[in-house]
Design a protein around this ligand. Structure first.
Ligand SMILES: Cc1ncc(COP(=O)(O)O)c(C=O)c1O
Length: 401
């Protein structure tokens, strides 16, 4: 029996969702029960190769042993303490992140949207003259809370939930002249994903990001990088901005920050960080002992196993496998790769390709309707990469528009 013919979810689980879970997600009828490395299993025993583990959260693969061990150890000692007390692991985690980025200080939270909320508040708090406008970019994705979704310059995410938060101005991604023209006396910051993820793996050019840094310096603006998807080693460097020879003033992280455990962070240069004064911002679970231990274990695993270099190597292997498709198949228009952020743009909807891969036991994603997005794990083996690419290439070849 092929995977396509098999059931992938128990009727009981499906019924529970029908009866009790708000249907705000489009879900595939597949219920996962176990994961190991780049494989997951459904509740019927079917195995899948996962090229999109945890929507970008499982950069180390499913259940990475050092993270599992750290969490198991911590959960038996101390599960949660409020941020009114000190806790060594949180301080150590902040130090490790600071040393690998631009030497700033950390505020911890639980998700990407929450980190971006913090960044937006910090930018406004940092202005001594009440400046409040933030320039963000078309095609961006910053999360679903009100400030983050307003920062997200995609009309589809704004439908029916207005009025949005005032003070956001949108510019085309890559257009420095347009950004310059949008700056006025109330502008306080520019906020950007160096590589747009949900927007279709759109990689900012050197000139554009360096131009934004120069512009921010000249006009006294803060530069905020949302590295929720691109950060923490995914692109082969600790942070995507490190490919560009510049630094942001504030950076946000989440997704793979804690090896699959929920966690988010905002890092800010010290002179900016001090504007987040006591009482101005908080997150009850932010930087909790479990997230902190998982975050530390994540950094240690990446370094001990040389996974930054491996991410670069794997990215180039994906490029070698997929680049010929642009010549071969008329509906494959462009391949974009930065380490383990991989986008294959099609001139037609990609949903059928995702389904065809699922039917063959490979999990992938499609964003913006027509960009096949892969966010594979750094721990993927050469054999898994080849097997998954074979499946994807076969699905594409068999797809007649
Ligand atoms: C670049 C970026 N920022 C923010 C977010 C929101 O993160 P979360 O879903 O953890 O709130 C995402 C999620 O996909 C993202 O890709």
């Amino acid at each position: 029996m092929t995977v396509a013919e098999k059931t992938r979810i128990s009727p009981e689980t499906e019924q529970l969702f029908d009866d009790y879970v708000i249907p705000n997600y489009g879900r595939y009828k597949l219920s996962l029960v176990r994961g190991e490395g780049s494989h997951v299993w459904d509740d019927q025993g079917n195995r899948y190769l996962d090229f999109f583990p945890g929507w970008g959260c499982n950069l180390l693969g499913h259940c990475p042993a050092p993270v599992v061990e750290a969490v198991q150890d911590q959960v038996a000692k101390l599960i949660h303490v409020p941020n009114s007390w000190y806790m060594e692991a949180q301080g150590q985690w902040a130090k490790l992140l600071s040393e690998r980025s631009f030497g700033g200080q950390a505020f911890f939270c639980n998700s990407g949207a929450e980190a971006n909320e913090g960044a937006i508040k910090l930018a406004r708090l940092h202005s001594t003259t009440g400046k409040y406008k933030i320039i963000t970019f078309e095609g961006s994705f910053h999360g679903r809370t009100y400030a983050a979704v307003t920062a997200t310059a995609q009309p589809k995410y704004h439908e029916g939930i207005g009025p949005l938060l005032p003070g956001f101005v949108y510019a085309p991604f890559g257009d420095l002249a347009a950004v310059t023209a949008k700056i006025d006396d109330d502008t306080v910051a520019i906020m950007i994903e160096p590589i747009q993820g949900e927007g279709g793996i759109r990689i900012a050019s050197q000139e554009f990001l360096q131009g934004l840094r120069k512009l921010a310096d000249e006009r006294g603006l803060l530069l905020i990088f949302d590295e929720v998807q691109a950060g923490c080693g995914r692109t082969g460097k600790w942070f995507a901005y490190q490919h560009y020879g510049i630094e942001p003033d504030i950076m946000t992280l989440a997704k793979s920050l804690c090896g699959g455990i929920a966690g988010g962070a905002l890092l800010a240069k010290k002179e900016v960080a001090k504007s987040l004064r006591p009482g101005m911002h908080a997150a009850t679970f932010g930087g909790n002992p479990i997230a902190a231990r998982a975050g530390i274990a994540t950094i240690e695993m990446i370094e001990e196993q040389g996974l930054l270099a491996r991410a670069t190597e794997l990215g180039e292997m994906f490029r070698a496998q997929l680049a010929p498709l642009v010549e071969e198949l008329p509906f494959v228009t462009e391949l974009r790769v930065k380490g383990l952020m991989i986008g294959l743009e099609l001139s037609l909807p990609g949903a059928a390709i995702v389904q065809a891969c699922l039917d063959r036991g490979l999990l992938i994603n499609c964003t913006q309707g027509n960009v096949i997005r892969l966010l594979p794990a750094m721990t993927l083996t050469d054999e898994e990469l080849e097997a998954g690419c074979d499946t994807l290439i076969t699905a594409l070849r068999e797809h007649t528009p």
